[in-house]
Design a protein. Sequence first.
Length: 304
Amino acid sequence: MDLWNRFRAGLARTRERLGGPMAVLLRRRGAVDPETRERLDEALLAADVGPSTAERLIDAAEARMRREPELDLGAALERVAAELLGERRARFEPDDPAPGASLWVALIVGVNGVGKTTLAGKLAASLARAGRPTLLVAGDTFRAAAAEQLDVWAGRAGVEIVSARSGADPAAVVHDGVSAALARGTRVALIDTAGRLHTKHNLMAELEKVARVCARLVPGAPHHTLLVLDATLGQNGIAQAREFGRHVPVTSLAVNKLDGTARGGAVLAIVDELKLPVSVVGLGEGIDDWQPFDPEAFARGLFD
Ligand SMILES: Nc1nc2c(ncn2[C@@H]2O[C@H](COP(=O)(O)OP(=O)(O)OP(=O)(O)O)[C@@H](O)[C@H]2O)c(=O)[nH]1
Ligand SMILES: [Mg+2]
């Protein structure tokens, strides 16, 4: 399956909520009458778009149809959604290497079970394949099986890994991992961290310490802090991102598990509320089941 089709397949359940019952309405042109507005609003809420973002999208689509009368409601919604999603853009990839080939450090954070470790594996594989020597750092020393799980991914991805026994101080492992990456001259260090509830202050302080260790070893590190969200949790991601953002400078969002959820519309609400770009989407459990985020393709996958 090509990338677009995989993406489309992943969004199928969300699209069913938006497109299916709405097919006739989405073909209408001109002013949005109150009944259409109400049914559209319902469909958007069912896809977890969130009330204020839904309202904003419908208003923007209506304005768009006034300016471009050839557009029907579905096409107008697709365009305004793509604009909203594309307002800020980010890619999860190392900046051009400075002369002397510096190390690019990325920190992967998020609440429990959202798919951080899986995504670390997928991204490491892709970076390695693109010819960027990558080292995985097992910063999750909390869960006993966490380092083993990352080790399996390192094997699949064909990259090196630095880990420690469980119970070790995560900041110490990160120190060792980043130092090893520097010593070995790898281009990228990807740090997996333990899942933590955004409301637990001691755990957030631990994350701040991890980020400080990175900065001490490599100027400007972490160069990318990727906050991983779980699409099946819908708009809960908004509160998570707000809280994580108070403790670490979140560069971009990854939205995992977009396959098999009908709540993909939450991505619109999350981007609208947080003004943070999405860089990556997870579409399954396999090593290739992810994609760089493409606002236009995402909007098309929702509404067409
Ligand atoms: N369907 C689907 N499952 C996923 C995706 N990403 C991860 N998973 C699954 O979600 C579960 C949790 O993934 P992990 O990578 O262990 O999540 P984590 O955030 O590292 O979990 P903790 O370290 O415990 O906080 C696993 O069963 C993964 O296979 C995805 O994009 N789609
Ligand atoms: Mg994990």
